[in-house]
Ligand binder design. Structure first.
Ligand SMILES: [Zn+2]
Length: 324
């Protein structure tokens, strides 16, 4: 079996599901695949120490007045220690003297509430990964909003407001799946799905899907270069789609599903071309185009963070390790 066939064999799971689901555009979601979840866990989540696991996974509580962020008042954003999702802005943090970081508001859509197993309190969890954060209380009168998110420091990371971020743009088929994988990488601050590389002004999802605008479904990635490099993101891009397929991805056929890297500077261009050369040396056919980025149009709200919002996993994009 040559390497190209091996590559296709690696996508066997996707092919099987495609037959059932009749393509990504059905967008009904695949049944959860334990193997895929294992792969996701291996790629996506930060490794946890036993202490972190005790709180984030086993819903434990750190000792009061011991956490890194209990008495911490810098400007910036607090994110999930396990998956990196942004949870709280420092502007919502207040001094409660309860022994744990306290916030009177969350970043919209980032925190989930569930009745606690104790039957009294309300547990709060990260929407993206279900990691345990702490509990939420109301009616205590600390601030005008009258809400206290009591969060374990150990469940969070902090990114100062003045930290430098960089941008990258990748297209590799149905943007839901592309965003799912890239958005979960350590060091990625945020992702936005949208359209780029075409001619039409202000394209809509329907126009792009009809393959009339020249745009590709793409994902804009904002990342922290101190935590993840452009090369690591570009490797993840190649390792999560079939870059040998021309003008399509899996069952999604059309130029809007093409494989393309939209570079924003010369370093990104050289990195992309270097990785493509490496793939060719490994005997892969590479259909990926490398193109200077032009205007990126944000996609409609319904398409942002689609799989996270719907609790599903992508079936058009399967992680397969290629690079060392
Ligand atoms: Zn999380």
């Amino acid at each position: 079996m040559d390497s190209k066939k091996l590559h296709y064999a690696g996508l066997a799971i996707a092919v099987v599901v495609i037959i059932v689901a009749k393509g990504c555009d059905d967008r009904t979601g695949a049944a959860s695949d334990p193997q895929k979840n294992v792969e996701r866990a291996a790629v996506v989540y930060n490794e946890l120490t036993p202490e972190e696991e005790n709180v984030i996974v086993n819903k434990g509580t750190e000792d009061p007045f011991t956490g890194e962020f209990d008495d911490h008042y810098e400007k910036g954003v607090y994110s999930c220690r396990r998956c990196g999702a942004e949870l709280y802005n420092s502007t919502a943090k207040f001094k409660s003297d309860c022994g744990w970081p306290s916030f009177d508001d969350e970043i919209a859509g980032a925190v989930k509430r569930l009745p606690d197993a104790d039957g009294i309190r309300t547990e709060i969890l990260c929407v993206k990964c279900d990691g345990h954060l702490g509990h939420v209380f109301t009616g205590e009168g600390y601030t005008a909003k009258n809400i206290r998110h009591c969060v374990n420091s150990i469940s969070m990371d902090f990114k100062p407001a003045n930290a430098k971020t960089e941008k990258a743009i990748f297209a590799s088929g149905c943007f839901w799946g592309v965003e799912y994988h890239l958005g979960s990488a350590d060091g990625v601050v945020s992702t936005t799905v949208g359209y780029t590389g075409g001619n039409a002004l202000n394209p809509t999802y329907e126009q792009v899907c009809a393959d009339t605008t020249g745009h590709a479904e793409a994902v804009e990635v904002i990342y922290d270069p101190a935590k993840v490099s452009y090369e690591e993101l570009a490797k993840l891009f190649f390792e999560t789609h079939n870059f040998s397929q021309v003008d399509g991805q899996g069952p999604d056929i059309g130029t809007q599903y093409r494989s393309e890297i939209f570079y924003l500077n010369e370093n990104q261009k050289q990195t992309a071309e270097k990785l493509i050369d490496e793939l060719k040396l490994k005997d892969y056919d590479v259909a990926t185009k490398v193109t200077k980025a032009t205007k990126f149009y944000n996609g409609e709200k319904d398409h942002q963070d689609y799989y996270q919002k719907n609790g599903q996993s992508p079936y058009c994009h399967v992680y397969k390790k290629i690079f060392k």
